[in-house]
Design a protein around this ligand. Structure first.
Ligand SMILES: Cc1ncc(COP(=O)(O)O)c(C=O)c1O
Length: 342
């Protein structure tokens, strides 16, 4: 049976050319900052994101959490959307590793306005309250279904942050998807943020790796924290090479993932057993709900036919298109959905 794996874009495997590029990478000891390939990746990432410096880290979670650690002190608070990855999917690390709390707010499709959050910023005089320190934005937004936060919204949040002396952090695991969809350069998004984390191991197809970016001082401190948290990697150039390959070759290919998602969304919209809001499919993540069945049963029925999906938000199925899924496989996925949900 053919398996069509739409659980996540993290399931992509390194291509033959990517593996060759990895094999040929020059390496050194990155804990001494002597790995030329890691150094090249960090320089390249900083340039793409318009920041002074960048740091290669093993994962998106580590990237986000190091950034939060650098920007805060214990007892501080981070405002984020109620569906933020840092709130749901990072093992409570903000509390466990940095001693901070998150203030999840009621965004719409993962997007919140300055008007919504300004009243939530703690007054400086309120010594008995946590100290608001960071506004966190996720773009694209995973649990909201790959939604793109508009640049105007980000600019207005930045203005608010400046007014109240707050930092801004971007979880840009899929900022590449936003950029390809809107045509807006990644640096145009990231210029509003003090710290940014990006992933190479999702739609870009690298086997491992993320990066964080910010000022030289921020990255110097992040380097220290990464080591302390066990994230110091030695001949990591083999992995950094995959990320370089991904940045150089795979960003434009995300366009096809968005097209695949649109095809699926159109199909799902015709099926009586499923509910989707097709306009909410911005990039490569689709969220839809079964009408007369549970999510669990629905996932089982699809997986029995070779179509792997995952759970999304509450009572929601998630499908994610990616590099390793062909348009033919999307057609096959549509046929399976039709069989199960007609
Ligand atoms: C928006 C977002 N941020 C961060 C991460 C964490 O990345 P990783 O799995 O590499 O830790 C993910 C993972 O899916 C994500 O979707």
């Amino acid at each position: 049976m053919q398996i069509i794996d739409l659980r996540s874009d993290t399931v992509t495997k390194p291509s033959a050319q990517m593996r060759k590029f990895m094999c040929e990478a020059e390496v050194g000891d990155d804990v001494y900052k002597e790995d030329p390939t890691v150094n090249r990746l960090e320089k390249m990432t900083a340039e793409i994101l318009g920041k002074e410096a960048a740091l290669f880290v093993p994962s998106g979670v580590m990237g986000n959490q190091i950034c939060l650690k650098v920007l805060t002190n214990p007892g501080d608070e981070v405002i984020c959307d109620k569906d933020a990855h840092i709130f749901h999917y990072e093992s409570g690390s903000a509390a466990a590793l940095s001693g901070i709390q998150l203030y999840p707010v009621n965004g719409i499709n993962g997007i919140f306005s300055p008007e919504l959050i300004e009243p939530l910023i703690r007054p400086e005089s309120a010594y008995y309250m946590p100290r608001t320190k960071v506004i966190e934005v996720e773009n694209t937004h995973n649990r909201a279904g790959g939604m793109i936060t508009p640049v105007e919204n980000i600019a207005s949040l930045r203005k608010l942050a400046v007014k109240h002396n707050l930092y801004c952090h971007l979880d840009g695991a899929r900022i590449w998807n936003s950029s390809i969809k809107t045509g807006i350069n990644p640096a145009e998004y990231t210029k509003y943020f003090d710290t940014v984390s990006v992933c190479f191991s999702k739609g870009l197809g690298a086997p491992v790796g993320s990066a964080i970016a910010g000022t030289k001082d921020v990255i110097k401190e992040a380097f220290r924290i990464r080591k302390g948290w066990g994230g110091g990697m030695r001949q990591a150039g083999i992995l950094a090479a995959a990320a370089i390959f991904a940045l150089e070759n795979n960003i434009p290919l995300l366009k096809h993932d968005h097209e695949k998602a649109e095809i699926l969304a159109k199909k799902i919209n015709t099926l009586p057993g499923l509910k989707i809001i097709p306009e909410n499919v911005h990039t490569n993540i689709l969220m839809f709900s079964p009408i007369n069945d549970s999510v669990e049963n629905s996932l089982k029925k699809c997986s029995d036919k070779g179509l792997l999906l995952s759970t999304g938000n509450i009572n929601t199925i998630r499908a994610v298109t990616h590099l390793d899924i062909s348009f033919d496989q999307i057609d096959a996925a549509c046929r399976i959905l039709e069989e199960v949900f007609s």
